[in-house]
Design a protein around this ligand. Structure first.
Ligand SMILES: *Cc1c(COP(=O)(O)O)cnc(C)c1O
Length: 345
């Protein structure tokens, strides 16, 4: 048996810190549907200001935040342009089609980034046969591409296209703080080109629950009504928001450690035979394991026998995600486990 459990499946597995638990215990609360929860109100204000937007909305999850954003930006029958490996297209259970009645128009990206010319060519001209384009969505960092950072010039180019066509631009910024820390840039700068941004408190930032949707004040008021309609009007949610405030105030700068651990993991894996590793930009390491003779699912299952957990992203690719609940020793342990697995002992 193994002597450690190193969970590198996702940064969603992070547990709240003692400081978060204390803040939750002590949180001042009220009925947030009446807008009377001071802690939720503060989180929404602080979160919006942090991203440089007018207003914020505390939502139950990133998936709910993205769905509310699409519902608020579009009308049924419209089309939404996004990347074909994006979280919204890949992992959000077709919610926007089912509930929003929109059609998703996936475009192939490169390392998660869309080609601006292709985005522009995909905006529907006026024609009786066509749906109207209602929204463009980008994802930064890009999850399935391996936590990649979308280049600023690429975002600016797409934002200019959106503006020219009078289209809103939404950012699935679940891990926008990872991008900001990796670039050494204020998150405001990364959020500026977007009409609205969703980001997660519950991933690398370590809060137990919740995401924030931020954008223009009148737009957020419409989003608030969609949240209620979807059953996301929570009552004494300050208990959760309190942890979110600690996440925003205390947990952002330390993401650099996760990036450092990802680099160390990638370097160690790259030295092992049969593994082809993409150098990580943030906290994710994608590894092609096909030359080891194992399929990705088998690799993941065998590795779990050593107590090291990862996920298979395709038949040949395995993903490792670093986060606050794995330290350098855990990374070294994971590397020894992978080495044993490959060498067959
Ligand atoms: C995790 C994630 C989401 C969804 O967040 P949940 O809180 O898990 O619903 C959305 N977009 C991206 C890019 C993500 O990685």
């Amino acid at each position: 048996m193994y002597d450690r459990r190193v969970d590198l499946r996702s940064d969603t597995v992070t547990k709240p810190t003692p400081e978060m638990r204390r803040a939750m215990y002590e949180a001042e609360v009220g009925d947030d549907v009446y807008r009377e929860d001071p802690t939720v109100n503060r989180l929404e204000e602080v979160g919006a200001a942090r991203l440089g937007k007018e207003a914020g909305l505390f939502v139950t999850s990133g998936t709910q935040g993205n769905l509310i954003a699409i519902l608020t930006h579009t009308q049924p029958g419209q089309e939404v342009i996004l990347e074909q490996e994006s979280h919204i297209y890949y992992y959000e259970v077709a919610g926007s089609a089912l509930i929003g009645g929109v059609q998703l128009r996936p475009l192939q990206g490169k390392d998660g980034a869309l080609d601006p010319a292709e985005v522009e060519a995909s905006i529907r001209p006026d024609n009786i046969h066509y749906p109207d384009t209602g929204l463009i969505v980008l994802e930064n960092t890009h999850n399935r591409a391996g936590g990649t950072i979308i280049p600023g010039e690429n975002i600016e180019a797409i934002a200019r296209i959106a503006a020219r066509h009078n289209l809103p631009l939404h950012l699935d910024g679940a891990r926008i703080f990872n991008a900001a820390i990796a670039l050494g840039k204020p998150v405001v700068e990364l959020a500026r080109p977007f009409t609205s941004v969703m980001f997660c408190l519950s991933k690398g930032l370590g809060a137990p629950v919740g995401s924030l949707l931020v954008g223009p004040r009148d737009w957020i008021e419409k989003a608030r009504k969609w949240r209620k309609r979807l059953g996301g009007g929570m009552r004494q949610a300050g208990i959760l928001a309190a942890a979110g405030l600690v996440a925003l105030e205390k947990m952002v700068d330390r993401l650099a450690e996760d990036h450092e651990n990802a680099r160390r993991l990638a370097e160690g894996l790259g030295n092992l035979p049969g593994l082809s590793v993409v150098p990580p930009q943030t906290n994710m390491v994608l590894v092609d394991v096909s030359a080891t003779g194992f399929s990705a699912p088998t690799f993941v299952a065998r590795l779990a026998q050593y107590g090291v957990l990862a996920v298979d992203m395709s038949p040949s690719k395995v993903r490792f995600v670093t986060h606050k609940d794995v330290d350098r020793e855990d990374i070294e342990y994971a590397l020894r486990a992978v080495e044993k697995l490959i060498k067959g002992d």
